[in-house]
Ligand binder design. Structure first.
Ligand SMILES: [Zn+2]
Length: 288
């Protein structure tokens, strides 16, 4: 997913044409802000306008953090990152293919794994991702390619540690559950709307629990994703720290740069959660 520019793809849907393709990209995209309906009770007009303003501002703020992330320096050399990759794979028994993508190798790798054009943005240095269950062709299987793959740009190799963090999360029950919740979070606004319609309506026109708390409930639907993203980064940072402690990394290693870069990435996910909260509130208001 392209963390640099506003992109109308939903962050909560897979836009890759692979049925079982679960992609934990580096930063989410935004759902298109919903248009406020023209007719609203006078009471809610102010709130509607406010929500709309937030919905429109969120992608801009997110782009700011994405730009910061993309402008961030590498915390150490590519050689050191590769050592951390080996360490993460061995320590966690990860059966994952890892590739650093550039213009020269993107087509071959994409063809081999059947990744369509998803590596184009990676080659440009604008994305990184992990896929847990690729549908490999028989040819790819025969060639010994793995169905789990983590990719990062050659120009930004350190993003791979976060992606391998997703790989580790996928091996553990609880964090795997958090990962799975991501695909359902897009339905939060509609699910909340349905739930609030099913709830007994109050006679005096008062809002029910869901109507009152739609924003926070919508955000809560995205919270597992935010936590899982944070844990992926945490594991990437922790691994580098452990390697450093063991004296296995040569040359300058500036962990603060890594932490800063990952914090910018996490910020975009928090904003996406707020976006889902706003969308949920909007949906409830527009339908009441
Ligand atoms: Zn991620």
């Amino acid at each position: 997913m392209n963390p640099i520019s506003y992109n109308p793809y939903s962050s909560y849907n897979n836009y890759y044409p692979y049925p079982s393709y679960v992609d934990y990209g580096y930063a989410p995209q935004y759902q298109q802000p919903q248009q406020a309906q023209e007719e609203n009770p006078a009471k809610t007009v102010g709130l509607v306008a406010l929500l709309q303003a937030i919905a429109m501002a969120l992608p801009k703020i997110s782009n700011y953090f994405s730009a910061k992330l993309m402008a961030g320096k590498e915390y150490t050399s590519a050689e050191n990152v590769e050592k951390v990759v080996d360490y993460m794979k061995k320590k966690n028994n990860l059966n994952v293919d890892v590739h650093f993508i550039n213009e020269a190798n993107k087509n071959n790798i994409s063809r081999a794994y059947g990744l369509g054009n998803s590596l184009d943005v990676v080659a440009k240095g604008e994305n990184a991702f992990y896929v847990d269950n690729l549908n490999l062709s028989q040819e790819a299987k025969n060639a010994g390619l793995k169905s789990k793959i983590a990719v990062a740009p050659s120009s930004k190799p350190s993003l791979i540690q976060h992606e391998l963090g997703h790989g580790i999360n996928a091996t553990k029950k609880f964090t795997k559950l958090l990962q799975k919740s991501r695909r359902y979070s897009v339905y939060a606004p509609v699910a909340l709307l349905l739930a609030s319609k099913i709830m007994p309506q109050k006679e005096n026109g008062q809002q029910n629990f869901i109507q009152r708390n739609a924003g926070i409930l919508g955000f809560a639907a995205f919270l597992p994703t935010i936590i899982e993203e944070g844990l992926a980064s945490f594991k990437g940072i922790k691994s580098a720290k452990e390697m450093l402690k063991k004296g296995l990394l040569k040359g300058p290693v500036k962990l603060n740069i890594l932490k800063r870069n990952y914090a910018f990435a996490l910020a975009t996910y928090i904003l996406a959660g707020i976006g889902l909260g706003v969308a949920s509130k909007q949906t409830i208001i527009e339908n009441s």
